[in-house]
Design a protein around this ligand. Structure first.
Ligand code: FEO
Length: 573
């Protein structure tokens, strides 16, 4: 059955299929979803996958997005009487998987909800009604009978702190929710076509998993202690059956290189349901853009204070992200952190949900008194975050990452041989300002590594350093403007956009602009502009080379020339 919802006219379909003995998937196919979080543009829609396991007892693993309410529940009821389901296993409480938990509790009030301690806490906020629960820890088992013995694997931060995997010993299926998934919607239930899914698999990893590379490594290690994994039943995209070894191997390879970065930033936070997790992930993503490993520590979890001391002392930077209130355990954890820091470290603090008399200011003062460098202004989030709030958190994370790697960056600049350095420096480019708007977020960057790259179709390439704020707005499918600066008349704009902006700062304050067709700002004082759409990105180490098609443009001063950027050396811009 296909449903076109009134509001969106988007195509939603449902698929059900037996994938192993007594195991059925219900896949909600969201064909036209084009966005997930701010920077996550989707080219191929997505799916939300749910699973029914029928031993002597019956378990449902995850549900669906609320937009599938009728379709999903009708399909489920076609398979089973909901009151016959004994357990509802919650891998992760984000609404794309847990959007119908409340409905399930209404249909089957006696069902036992199974999840991590944090997931159960989050669910209380989500459903606002009493429910039977079973909190599981790593290695706990649940025997459904008829061979379906389940084992739970803690997989925090993949993609929220609440995440668990579930392994069924009978079918050798590992249910992983977000991990190993991809946003890719087709009627193919499985991963037969590896080359078709590979680009989206990588992009999904880069957006959601790469910033949490150390957590990925921990989860892979725990997976290794299970039996053979025949199938990975993901929460998004095709179920992995034909390429399990290859695709888990890619996670290992990609994460190994990121996790072994010599510099580490620790993010110490208190998990809360909803946006605080997304704020955390924005911050983690911002730090990870600087090629720094991130260690994420949930202060709400039972934490070993000696381990906490060790983590703090090996970090070059510390971020504390908490709600304004805290219990005794948290105070002890914070005191332990304060007792373990040193003056070579950088610190940043974030508080969500507080009032005006912020305890976080006191905390920041204590870190500064201990000699730590404050990497970004204290972030105080008093209202529901907007896209700009998430961008602010990402940029704050990047600022801290850049600060803790500044010595390494300077050293790398000096490491070229003198002759090569001077020869490379003779490569010149023009001077440009890239401007972009995505949702409500705007950004800009001075660029000189720009070149026309094709005639048919018309295309350009731009090299963008991975830690640039605008990088998130230049994903495949995103639109932007390339403003071309004028010879003899570029100093003002160059000086303005070369400034170091505070996280979340408006790059366009006091700059004359008009809006391009694609919504990005055009700089009135530029010589010319072209409107572009990103087609592909190539990873070149510390930069992305972004190839884009050009579809509109205009010259405002036909007799002027483009400003040229001459360099003496090739080891920096
Ligand atoms: Fe697919 Fe993090 O939810």
């Amino acid at each position: 059955m296909v449903v076109l919802t009134d509001k969106t006219k988007k195509k939603l379909t449902i698929q059900k299929l037996d994938i192993a003995p007594e195991t059925t998937t219900i896949r909600s196919l969201d064909w036209d979803r084009d966005r997930f979080d701010i920077e996550f543009g989707l080219q191929n829609g997505t799916t939300y996958n749910s699973f029914l396991i029928r031993g002597e007892k019956i378990a449902l693993v995850d549900t669906s997005h609320e937009k599938f309410r009728q379709l999903y529940l009708d399909t489920l009821k076609g398979l089973i009487n909901p009151t016959d389901i004994d357990y509802l296993i919650i891998s992760h409480t984000e609404p794309d998987h847990s959007g119908l938990v409340k409905d399930m509790l209404q249909l089957a009030p006696d069902i036992t909800v199974v999840g991590s301690k944090i997931a159960i806490q989050f669910l209380e906020n989500l459903v606002h009604q009493p429910f039977e629960r079973r909190i599981v820890k790593n290695g706990d088992r649940l025997d459904l009978g008829n061979g379906h013995e389940l084992e739970f694997v803690m997989a925090p931060n993949l993609h929220w702190p609440d995440t668990i995997f579930t392994y069924d010993y009978k079918t050798q299926i590992l249910f992983t929710c977000d991990a190993f998934g991809l946003h890719y919607c087709t009627d193919d239930t499985f991963d037969e076509d590896l080359s078709a899914i590979s680009p989206d698999y990588k992009f999904y990893y880069e957006c959601l998993m790469a910033p949490n590379a150390r957590s990925v490594m921990s989860a892979l290690k725990r997976m290794g202690a299970l039996g053979k994994i025949d199938t990975i039943a993901t929460g998004h995209g095709p179920i992995l059956r034909h390429n399990v070894e290859e695709l888990t191997g890619r996670y290992r390879q990609w994460s190994q290189s990121k996790a072994k970065a010599e510099t580490t930033v620790g993010i110490f936070y208190v998990s809360e349901y909803g946006y605080s997790n997304n704020l955390l992930q924005a911050m983690v993503g911002g730090v990870a853009k600087t090629d720094v490993a991130v260690e994420i520590v949930d202060l709400r979890e039972d934490i070993d204070l000696q381990e906490l001391r060790e983590i703090v002392s090996r970090c070059a930077g510390i971020i504390i992200s908490t709600p304004p209130t805290s219990n005794e355990d948290m105070q002890t954890a914070i005191s332990t952190i304060l007792g373990s820091v040193n003056e070579k470290q950088a610190v940043g603090v974030c508080e969500s949900g507080g009032g005006d008399d912020e305890p976080i200011d006191l905390l920041l003062g204590k870190f500064r008194n201990l000699g730590l460098k404050q990497a970004f202004p204290a972030i105080k989030i008093k209202e529901t975050p907007t896209e700009n709030t998430y961008k602010l958190c990402e940029e704050a994370g990047t600022d801290l990452g850049q600060w803790v790697t500044r010595d390494k960056s300077i050293k790398q600049m000096k490491s070229l041989g003198a002759d090569l350095d001077k020869a490379l420096g003779r490569i010149s480019g023009g001077l440009y300002i890239i401007t972009a708007k995505k949702g409500d977020v705007k950004s800009a960057m001075l660029a000189s590594w720009v070149s026309q790259a094709s005639f048919k179709p018309l295309g350009i390439s731009i090299a963008v350093a991975k830690d640039r704020a605008i990088e998130s707005l230049m994903q495949v499918g995103d639109k932007f403007v390339l403003n071309i600066l004028e010879e003899g008349n570029y100093q003002g704009l160059m000086k303005h956009f070369l400034k170091r902006f505070a996280p979340g700062a408006d790059r366009f304050a006091n700059v004359k602009t008009q809006s391009a067709e694609n919504g990005s700002p055009i700089l009135n004082d530029a010589l010319a502009y072209v409107e572009c759409e990103v087609v592909s990105r190539m990873d070149t180490g510390d930069h992305w080379v972004v190839y884009s098609n050009v579809y509109a443009g205009k010259v405002s001063k036909p007799d002027s020339l483009t400003a040229i950027h001459h360099r003496k050396v090739g080891n920096h811009y």
